[in-house]
Write a protein that binds this ligand. Structure first.
Ligand SMILES: Cc1cc2nc3c(=O)[nH]c(=O)nc-3n(C[C@H](O)[C@H](O)[C@H](O)COP(=O)(O)O)c2cc1C
Length: 274
């Protein structure tokens, strides 16, 4: 039941909801927009109808337009967004403290607005939200890797994991998680239309919003390989559902490093159709 409701007092019959609906299931019925019951199952709950209505006349899925944030004049300044994109850095040094739980919750809720293929919205965020739990996970992964190394079980080309174990054991240098107090794993059921892009886009949004809030992040391919391929018990410890693909892993937390300027990549690799 979509609960598609139109406030006829304010609807101007402009037809924008009809024109913008991706599965084109909204039609003008006796002058006002409506969705025929037999078409309801085609809705993929993108809420474009609620978002586009200039007079806030449309409610769907029990959501009221007044609860949405108005957009006019509220997008960030493009110059600032450019600085954020160019000034974001992989953070590999962290303070030994947890992030404020309210801020962490906000980062996750905002990142959850990232787009997903056919709006499937099934990305699961598994979070290590406490540095004591992070230490526990680190110990488990390193213990698992130690065993794999002892049994000569590292796959071809992954010999460097032996160095990571040695660096931890001899120098307490944490290459795997970069000493971060938190970890975020984005996973999805393998059967969604676009599993890996959904995860990577969600983590990209998380990263940019985190760094805009002064939180450090680093994409953690080493952790992903370790958790997913080399030490499968860690997957279970984290509670990643068996039918999920791990899209990617990101370490994050309060940074112990401060960058003073952007880097200078470029020119971009671009080609145009001739
Ligand atoms: C998919 C992906 C995986 C990465 N894995 C790791 C990792 O395991 N450990 C690490 O320290 N950095 C990792 N990085 C960070 C890259 O090394 C980094 O983005 C690159 O050197 C550019 O630096 P910048 O992010 O500060 O611009 C990864 C980045 C990406 C995009």
């Amino acid at each position: 039941m979509l609960n598609f409701l139109v406030n006829q007092q304010v609807c101007t019959k402009c037809g924008q909801c009809v024109a913008d609906c991706p599965p084109r299931i909204i039609a003008m019925e006796s002058g006002f927009p409506g969705i025929a019951p037999e078409k309801e199952s085609l809705c993929y709950k993108c809420q474009h109808c609620l978002a586009i209505c200039p007079t806030a006349a449309i409610s769907i899925l029990g959501l009221q337009p007044e609860e949405s944030r108005p957009l006019a004049g509220n997008f960030p300044d493009p110059g600032q967004l450019e600085i954020l994109i160019k000034g974001r850095r992989s953070v590999r040094r962290y303070k030994e403290e947890n992030l404020d739980p309210a801020l962490l919750q906000q980062l996750l809720e905002v990142a959850w607005h990232a787009p997903t293929g056919v709006n499937s919205r099934q990305v699961l965020f598994t979070v290590v939200d406490d540095r004591a739990k992070m230490a526990q996970l680190r110990d488990e992964v390193l213990a698992g890797l130690r065993l794999v190394v002892q049994e000569d079980g590292l796959p071809e080309g992954r010999g460097y994991f032996a160095d990571f174990v040695r660096m931890w054991d001899e120098e307490q240098i944490d290459v795997l998680f970069r000493g971060a107090p938190h970890l975020l794993i984005a996973s999805v059921p393998a059967n969604v239309p676009t599993p890996l892009p959904d995860c990577v886009i969600a983590l990209s949004y998380f990263e940019l919003f985190a760094q805009a809030n002064g939180v450090g992040t680093v994409w953690d391919g080493l952790a992903k390989w370790a958790i997913n391929d080399l030490v499968p018990t860690a997957r279970r410890t984290l509670g990643i559902p068996d039918d999920h693909l791990i899209g990617y892993v990101m370490a994050f937390g309060p940074p112990a490093v401060h960058y003073s300027r952007t880097v200078q990549h470029g020119p971009a690799l671009i080609q145009r159709m001739v």
